[in-house]
Design a protein around this ligand. Structure first.
Ligand code: ATP
Length: 439
């Protein structure tokens, strides 16, 4: 991010821009808002779709094996979460200040320094708080009706492993990928989209022979690093951080976090975990079903190993906004510009008639491109300068202007968001120009 100097003002700037331009709204805000829950507006939804498409492409575009898609249910019975370890292990330590009644995560600061809100030294005991949302299916209240909203998408993949394996007759190695909502009752949701209670994850579980899992752990680290480069995050803001032994989750043999340098510090964007055979073995033993595969070449049955790559779509969305945000001055006026990669930008091009009198021919050009399925906007409101500013602020990579010369030379002016270079291009070559831009 280039400009706002403190973490708080940087965050406020992005929250305000997101609301002002229709990227993200506080959920249920006319009722005072729901803490840790957000809605995405038109531009936000378009940008999320672009992030999902880029992610899907990146996990499939590799030479090692096929990646199958899955869309699992959001609810799963308690048995699944017992086997996965979430019922017993998925909790955060919680503490309350008895003076101001505020609640905190006890592992986020030094309790001996007193309450960050009121300064008192009046803590309750630390309790373990399970972050899953629990619910009851149907009218019966016995334990067989207990279900949980999933706190990660991964378990639906493990539970369906044998279904996918036998339906598609795939051979190892292969991946199962899923994009979908997860729910965590975070004690302290904060930093806008960074830590929320309802969020989307993009997860890949890569199944392979046990002897190949260490190698695939390395391969996926490199692939994921390249993904962040390809979608435009600046190199200096992304780093790979291996977990120390005492940080490892109960399921993981080794783990690397892809971290992004947010204005509030280096934080996890994606977790890449070597899960060995933990999940499939757990589900096999809890369900009593055989989840092994039979290797025809080796004449051997074994439990596949898993390498997992898991990233939050909203957290990545936030990182992309911070990374792209720039302020500069243009003709003495301050300009805000989102330098998003064209593939991520919600609107790919804006079609701006110089004056209303020229609306008709420009609208016809815009419509022809829109019908091709490229996300473009026609905008005839306000001065041309104002329209440029709006599109700079939402990250539109190029603005086309139709002027009085266009009627004679059959060309329009293309203005580049980042370089501000303007060039005349033939209307006939417009689609090619846009396809080149989006490649
Ligand atoms: P953190 O340490 O930040 O709580 P985690 O290690 O619990 O994250 P994972 O369980 O590895 O997270 O989840 C994978 C990814 O899902 C994270 O890297 C992050 O991008 C996203 N994610 C997890 N929890 C949240 C949340 N509460 N809000 C938004 N995104 C989240």
């Amino acid at each position: 991010m280039s400009s706002p100097s403190t973490a708080a003002s940087a965050l406020d700037t992005i929250v305000a821009l997101s609301k002002r331009r229709g990227f993200v709204y506080q959920s249920a805000d006319i009722y005072g808002g729901l803490n840790g829950v957000y809605d995405f507006g038109h531009l936000g939804s378009l940008m999320l779709d672009n992030i999902r498409a880029a992610w899907k492409h990146s996990v499939k575009a590799q030479p090692y094996g096929p990646v199958m898609m899955l869309e699992g249910a959001l609810l799963a019975p308690e048995a699944v979460w017992k086997a996965s370890g979430h019922v017993d292990n998925f909790h955060d330590p919680m503490v309350d200040c008895t003076a101001c009644k505020k609640r905190f995560r006890a592992d986020e600061f030094d309790l001996s320094q007193g309450c960050p809100n009121c300064g008192a030294h009046a803590w309750t005991d630390i309790r373990q708080f399970n972050m899953m949302f629990k619910t009851q299916l149907g009218a019966t209240a016995d334990s067989s009706a207990l279900a949980y909203l999933r706190p990660e998408t991964a378990q639906a993949i493990f539970v369906n492993f044998k279904n996918v394996y036998s339906t598609y007759r795939v051979k190892l190695p292969f991946g199962i990928a899923q994009i979908g909502k997860s729910f965590r009752n975070e004690i302290t949701p904060k930093q806008f989209l960074f830590r929320v209670r309802e969020f989307e994850q993009m997860e890949l579980e890569w199944f392979c022979k046990p002897t190949e899992s260490d190698n695939f752990f390395d391969i996926w680290q490199a692939a994921r690093r390249n993904f962040y480069r390809a979608i435009g995050l600046r190199d200096e803001n992304v780093r790979m951080r291996p977990h120390a032994a005492d940080e490892l989750a109960h399921y993981s043999k080794c783990c690397i976090d892809v971290e992004y340098q947010f204005p509030f510090g280096w934080k996890e964007l994606e977790g890449i975990a070597h899960r060995s055979d933990f999940d499939l073995s757990q589900h096999a033993s809890h369900s009593g079903k055989d989840l092994n595969v039979f290797d025809e070449e080796l004449k051997l049955s074994y439990t596949p190993h898993v390498v997992e790559c898991s990233v939050g779509t909203g957290r990545l969305f936030l990182a992309l906004l911070f990374d792209a945000y720039h302020e500069d001055t243009l003709g003495g006026e301050q300009r805000v510009v989102l330098k998003l990669a064209p593939q991520i930008a919600p609107i790919k091009a804006a079609f701006l008639p110089l004056v209303k009198k020229l609306n008709e021919p420009m609208f016809a050009i815009y419509e022809a491109i829109a019908r091709r399925g490229i996300e473009v906007e026609f905008d005839d409101s306000g001065s041309i300068g104002k329209r440029y500013r709006r599109h700079d602020e939402i990250g539109t990579p190029v603005c086309f202007t139709y002027d009085f010369d266009s009627q004679n030379d059959h060309c329009i002016t293309a203005r580049n968001r980042d370089t501000l270079v303007q060039e005349r291009i033939s209307i006939d070559s417009l689609e090619r120009y846009l396809n080149d831009l989006l490649r």
